[in-house]
Design a protein around this ligand. Structure first.
Ligand code: COA
Length: 260
């Protein structure tokens, strides 16, 4: 598939996916969501992709939300389908992705943009970043997982305040709220993300994929995360990565994980 709204570049196992509609502040229209879905599907199958960094084009925005111009005349039925499809194709898809996904938030992350960043496994931000869920100012609520993921990350009271006021917080406040893990300058952002990706890639990616499942299990209704952890822990013992990791440690050498 030829992408028109995103850029995809693999740099030694680190796949950078850039949402590329800078004149619309990278707003997520349906075509962009579809392309992102395809890019993530491809990345899942591609053995040369180890870690994914998700960012926005230009200096102003990560993603300024879902594309408002596309849904302004939707009916309740169409609105419901928009949220359901978006969550299945992109937001939940990323949250449950088997390879690590880092959001490098390089400017406005609003509405669907913040929801996209929150679907990633963790976030880093540039110091000019601004984050918020402004949907109630449009007569809407967040529909791409924001009412669920924001309280998980920042706590219920802060999430309620952010959603009700439709206000934006800056990068440092987002750091205080645990919404992002690190704040760096815009020039440093991608290098910083790549360094973190490099650190991750030195470990067993097979084990990391089990860890993602176990951590996510904590947030699934009706699932006992401790049990998921026990099962995933057990499965690790059957992997070549486990054999290599433990033998490398015992032989005082660096592990070279066959699964990576
Ligand atoms: N959907 C569609 N288009 C959007 C958009 C969105 N979510 N966010 C920005 N754009 C477009 C603007 O319409 C404008 O397009 P135009 O030049 O063709 O008129 C362009 O991106 C630049 O945005 P602009 O508003 O002129 O930039 P600004 O610096 O004055 O303001 C924001 C920046 C982020 C504060 C402002 O764009 C904004 O409030 N966007 C909407 C945020 C939002 O409510 N998101 C949740 C959607 S559910």
């Amino acid at each position: 598939m030829n992408f028109e709204n995103i850029l995809v570049e693999n740099n030694e196992g680190i796949l950078q996916i850039t949402i590329d509609r800078p004149t619309k502040l990278n707003a997520l229209n349906k075509a962009t969501i579809e392309e992102l879905h395809v890019a993530f599907e491809d990345a899942k199958e591609d053995e040369d992709v180890k870690v994914i960094i998700l960012t926005g084009s230009g200096e102003k925005a990560f993603v300024a939300g879902a594309d408002i111009s596309e849904f302004s005349d939707y009916s309740p039925k169409e609105g419901k389908a928009l949220a359901a499809e978006g969550q299945a194709k992109l937001f939940d898809f990323i949250a449950n992705f088997s390879k690590p996904v880092i959001a490098a938030v390089n400017g406005f992350a609003l509405g669907g943009g913040l929801e996209l960043a929150m679907a990633a496994h963790f976030r880093i931000a540039s110091d000019n970043a601004k984050m918020g869920l402004p949907e109630v100012s449009l007569g809407l609520i967040p529909g791409y997982g924001g009412t669920q993921r924001l309280p998980q990350l920042v706590g219920k009271g802060r999430a309620m305040e952010m959603i009700m006021t439709a206000g934006m917080i800056d990068a440092n406040q987002a750091l205080q709220y645990n919404l992002v893990n690190h704040v760096v300058s815009q020039e440093e952002l991608l290098d910083f993300a790549e360094k973190l990706a490099g650190k991750i890639m030195r470990n067993s990616l097979v084990a990391i994929s089990s860890a993602i499942k176990a951590v996510n299990a904590n947030y699934e209704t009706g699932v006992n995360g401790f049990e998921t952890e026990i099962n995933e822990f057990g499965s690790c013992f059957g992997t070549a990565d486990f054999e290599e990791g433990t033998s490398a440690f015992l032989n005082k050498r660096k592990a070279d994980f066959p699964g990576n």
